[in-house]
Design a protein around this ligand. Structure first.
Ligand code: ATP
Length: 766
């Protein structure tokens, strides 16, 4: 065994023995805290006499209860602290560190050596044996070359002379090997080993092999908007997941995981990333898709997938409409419209009670507009609420002698009487008695109405929203900016009407609906969210980004995306970055570009990048594998046979293979064929399903962000992938593959593959 390996093994063994010592201590502490807690519980009522007869005794008794509760709470906290520490120690025990750096602060201080792991570890004498990968000094492990390097500390920049950077392959308490890196950041060897691993249904952490450009993303604390742009598989999602862990560490005590929010493309992907933070010992952040986020705000409506709607049919008109609905101008148009409502046009609903109008819309409107022009909508609304509440109160108050009240009073059951008069109050006369109950009943009804009024029941948001769409249709110039005519807009309105009548909306209707509500009611968004992450930003429209910025006014944003993977939007993606900068103007903004594709082998990346029209900037990571294979069959039957053949082959290799189709219908059809042939598989039809370690048939739009050992891109034929805008979709499909890619086509392959040189793939005619 070489001497270095020997020494490092010794250190590892020493650290593990120290960890074990601490495990013992914490186990004792945990047991002690548990038994103390139990003791407090057992003697809870023995320690004080419960005497409620006189006031001073009552006070003493409750003070004593309070004291006991405090003790119990402390014991409980002590128990939880120990349990948490124990969980961390057990998590890191087999592999407490993965890196080491040696450096000198000054020539005088001499050489210092620190080990880096998933979590800091301090021995029983309070000496740091391991530093957390997120500690300031650990940054140079990922960042610096040997020689003079610096890192940020809360007190400013620290410069050191880095003498050694060493990585370890460790498992189960054994150092298997180590690599000393000189000029590269984290040596390719370790990264290669990590990338060669098989795919999993859960995303993994990349802590041990974070690359320099990813480190910059992870440790950024200065910018309000961090825009991470990178090709497929460049580690955008991975980097931001580690960024969340970093922020939770850096701002420990001031930042909670519930103040971090992540928007992902769909629920399937949400599931895929669900384990990364817990694996790093942190609680999960809040996760949403845009649909689930907005769905909470519109109860009773179903937010349907754009693909299932008229807008998703991608005809010429729908394309233009989607462009309009996604534009920043549309957001501004809504603001202008709302501003106009300060003067006239607010849509209202009367306050109706038992079929009778208590306050008419005319009356509410009169109140709403009686305040002077300087009143903002929010103040106008607040004042209106107050006055409407007064009107309702006095109107109901006058109904004390009405039939409905007397009917209730006369038919009250014993139980209802007890409920309304729990202290069994005596009455001087039956008139008094009647008035008492009538007041209670009216008060009860008033409260129900008041709650609705406070929640803006009298605003008819739906009618207002329709009115807004009609108002927009009047503006010929505005429509013309999107090449839309009034009659085309009408066509859209008919479709929206149809959707709304079925209590459905797509995200393109839902967000403006909520925006309108916010503007009318002066809602300022969710102020407790501090960090917002949006993955696959290329699928968001400027409108949506602007809305989300408004929805989280105190948050810093990290947006990540690949402008080459746009699937739904129709604008040239390149402009998205400019639009985003415009939306975030006057804020500290940084754009980081990640060029290297880590997910796929060199052969696959070189193939997939040729699908794009502009791809010089994409770099393949030097990991070797088989060239992608292209199979051309005469009909779909031959393709299906080939799928079966590949699957049977790859099954033996223990690969997880995904057959990715262009549409959900094609996926269902293929799955039915595989069922007939008794090939075990899982058809992913909806984002609510879970991934599994078996063959998956999955439509392209659900495969976003995911990865598989092997991908079979199904039916990439001339007739199926034709349009230019499908280029990015095809790129997304093929770039899901880590180790193997097969492309299947009927008769002729898609013209979108024309640019790929023949030398980059193996062609087989079936
Ligand atoms: N520094 C790294 N060390 C080890 N693995 C890495 C590293 N960076 C990325 N990877 C791996 O590369 C793959 C792709 O990463 P990730 O999914 O984060 O990329 P992405 O840019 O979000 O991709 P896409 O845009 O295609 O969804 C993952 O398997 C991830 O573990």
């Amino acid at each position: 065994m070489d001497q270095i390996l020997n020494d490092e093994q010794k250190y590892l063994t020493f650290v593990i023995s120290e960890i074990e010592k601490k495990v013992k201590i914490f186990k004792q502490k945990e047991a002690q805290a548990r038994s103390d807690g139990k003791k407090v519980m057992d003697t809870f009522f023995d320690d004080f006499s419960v005497n409620m007869s006189d006031y001073s005794e009552q006070l003493e008794t409750s003070a004593s209860i309070h004291q006991q509760q405090q003790i119990l709470l402390e014991k409980n906290n002590a128990y939880e602290r120990s349990a948490r520490e124990l969980a961390t120690l057990n998590r890191v025990k087999g592999r407490p560190f993965f890196g080491r750096i040696d450096f000198e602060e000054t020539a005088k201080t001499g050489r210092e050596k620190i080990y880096i792991g998933m979590s800091s570890f301090v021995d029983t004498k309070n000496k740091y044996l391991i530093y957390d990968w997120r500690a300031p000094v650990s940054s140079i492990y990922y960042d610096g070359r040997l020689g003079e390097v610096s890192y940020d500390t809360p007190d400013g920049k620290q410069v050191v002379d880095l003498k050694l950077k060493r990585q370890f392959l460790i498992s189960d308490g054994q150092v298997h090997s180590y690599f000393d890196t000189k000029n590269e950041t984290i040596g390719d060897q370790m990264l290669l080993e990590a990338l060669q691993e098989k795919s999993s249904t859960q995303m993994k952490t990349i802590v041990t092999t974070i690359q320099r450009e990813q480190n910059a993303i992870i440790r950024d604390t200065k910018t309000d908007l961090l825009f991470v742009q990178g090709s497929a598989g460049s580690g955008k999602t991975s980097a931001v997941m580690q960024r969340m862990a970093f922020l939770l560490y850096r701002y420990r005590g001031n930042l909670n995981s519930t103040e971090i929010l992540m928007f992902s493309p769909n629920q399937l992907f949400n599931d895929y990333i669900a384990n990364v933070l817990p694996e790093m010992g942190e609680n999960n952040m809040v996760r949403f898709t845009l649909e689930t986020f907005v769905g909470r705000r519109i109860p009773g409506f179903e937010i349907i997938n754009v693909l299932d709607s008229w807008e998703g049919q991608f005809n010429e008109v729908s394309r233009k409409v989607v462009h309009l609905l996604g534009s920043d101008d549309f957001y501004t148009a809504m603001e202008t419209y709302a501003e106009k409502l300060n003067r006239a046009g607010v849509k209202l609903r009367p306050i109706v009670f038992r079929g009778q109008e208590l306050v008419s819309t005319e009356k509410i409107s009169q109140i709403f507009y009686q305040f002077n022009q300087n009143y903002k909508l929010l103040n106008r609304l607040d004042e209106t609420k107050k006055r409407v509440l007064n009107l309702v109160k006095s109107n109901l108050g006058r109904q004390k002698r009405s039939d409905w009240v007397s009917n209730i009073v006369e038919s009250m059951s014993e139980e209802q009487i007890r409920e309304l008069n729990p202290r069994n109050r005596e009455f001087a006369s039956s008139k008094d008695e009647y008035n008492f109950y009538a007041n209670k009943i009216i008060d009860h009804e008033y409260k129900i109405l008041a709650r609705k009024i406070v929640h803006n029941y009298f605003l008819n948001i739906m009618a207002q929203y329709r009115d807004f769409l009609l108002y927009l249709g009047q503006n010929k110039e505005f429509l013309a900016q999107f090449n839309l005519s009034k009659s085309e807009w009408k066509e859209y309105l008919l479709q929206v009407g149809e959707l709304l009548s079925h209590k459905q909306m797509t995200i393109n209707e839902a967000l403006p609906f909520v925006q309108l509500f916010d503007l009318l009611t002066g809602r300022h968004g969710e102020r407790d969210i501090r960090y917002v992450f949006i993955d696959e930003i290329q699928d968001y429209t400027p409108y949506q980004i602007r809305y989300l910025k408004h929805a989280f006014p105190r948050a810093r944003f990290t947006l990540l995306g690949d402008l080459n993977q746009e699937i739904f939007s129709f604008d040239e993606g390149k402009y998205l970055i400019d639009e985003v900068k415009q939306i975030f103007k006057n804020q500290e903004t940084k754009v980081v570009y990640l060029p290297t594709s880590y997910r796929s082998t060199k052969q696959i990346t070189n193939f997939t990048k040729e699908i794009l029209s502009d791809s010089e900037h994409i770099k393949a990571f030097d990991r070797n594998g088989l060239k992608p294979r292209v199979f051309i069959g005469q009909n779909h039957k031959q393709l299906d046979q080939k799928v079966v053949e590949i699957l049977q082959n790859e099954h033996q290799q223990d690969f997880t293979t995904a057959v990715i189709t262009k549409t959900p219908e094609a996926a269902e059809k293929l799955a039915a064929t595989l069922t007939d042939l008794e090939i075990d598989h899982l058809l992913i039809k909806s984002a609510r399903q879970h991934l599994a370690k078996k063959v998956m048939i999955i439509p392209a739009y659900l495969a976003k962000g995911l990865e598989f050992d092997a991908v079979i891109a199904y039916d990439v034929s001339k007739d199926n992938f034709t349009e230019q805008y499908e280029r990015k979709l095809l790129y997304t499909v093929c770039s899901r593959a880590m180790h193997e890619l097969s492309v299947l086509a009927v008769k002729e392959m898609s013209p979108l593959l024309e640019k790929v040189p023949e030398s980059l793939y193996e062609l087989e005619k079936l």
